[in-house]
Design a protein around this ligand. Sequence first.
Ligand code: SF4
Length: 435
Amino acid sequence: MLPVAMGIMRVFVKTYGCSANSADSQVIAGCLLQAGYKLARSEGDAEVVIYNTCAVKAQTENRIIADLKGIAFDKKVIIAGCLPLICYERLRKEVRFDAAVGSAAGPAMADIVKRVSKGETVIELSKFEAAPKLDLPRARSNPVVSIIPVSSGCLGSCTYCCVVSARGHLKSCSIAEIGNLARKDLGRGAKEFWITAQDMGCYGSDLGTSLAKLVRALGEIEGDFKVRVGMMTPNTVRDDIDDILEAFKNERIFKFIHLPVQSGSNKILRQMNRFYSVKDFEKIVQRFRKVFPRITVATDVICGFPGESNEDFENTLSLLERIRPDIVNVSKFFVRPGTAALEMRRRFVDFQETKQRATKVSRLVKKISAENNETWIGWTGEVLVDEKGKVSGSWVGRNFAYKPIAVRSREKLLGEKVQVRVVSAFPTYLAAEIC
Ligand code: SF4
């Protein structure tokens, strides 16, 4: 049994990966507080350390393994999230832990902490086969932002992706449940909602509803707030684009889309099992830009997917030059456990070549982002301050296009709306003066 100060166990929760995982961690923290545990601000202050992990990328897996190896021996260690479901054997061989559980373990976590604190080893690797529970206690890390996971799993079978084997098939929450949580969090001071999922585009198709209906319903809730719609897969957006565009017209919806394209080559998109073409992707972006000329476009690109020729790669570069996205998450292909890409070994691209391609893409997208941001200099308007800046006295706000805009003020601005004028631009953010 672990000796604890004053009898209250202190637990530190560390999160890796996507917004959906952050939402899971907030539920873990909320359930632990409800069970009488204390949340530690750092690993050093805790008796029990929970790593809520991500398995999307091999680089993240390696980083998590390195971090786990650094945990002090007097701590109990619980590994939760997608990684135990994807590569349990590697964890078992390489790191020390007292419990390994799957994703969305919130309600069960208090019992797991109790059992490991008594010296038990807990291995519960069952996949979480239900829609996120939105009525569980949550400890939000930012009082302004409420992260709402609207579904778990997806309808995809992308050959490089191991998430689908961790999160399973699509399970959506009802629009009523999501609306209830949004209203509750509005009452608790939230001003910004991140609706998130593995694929927002297919939200509700298992319930006979849709993303467009959800966005419209959220836009009709009374109150002063904004909604950021999370990642959408092009094929699921393509099939409902008119309704989605209509729903996005509500001024409460940030004019921001995250639409991972992954490659500019149709040959590679087919081998990735992505059910859309380069043209489909371009058409969707053009449709959004026609209705919302200053919309922020984010996308993802994988470099070095098996069989990616120089020509395929050049097609990706030219697609980026045509579309000029504001944000591009660039990944180097690494084969993930349990994925169909494992069968493509003979067509793996040389890793040095993959690195060079990723460097080329990163350079290009940085140049494009900087040039796009330059066009915002002189813009005046309102931003919602949703983050404390890295430098003392600085804050980050978001305008209607979810552009990150840094401002300086001695006043506490978190949650405030301020009028600003953009005075300078950088590749990943803008700087402004308060008017
Ligand atoms: S849509 Fe594809 S990439 Fe996204 S979670 Fe599903 S299988 Fe993975």
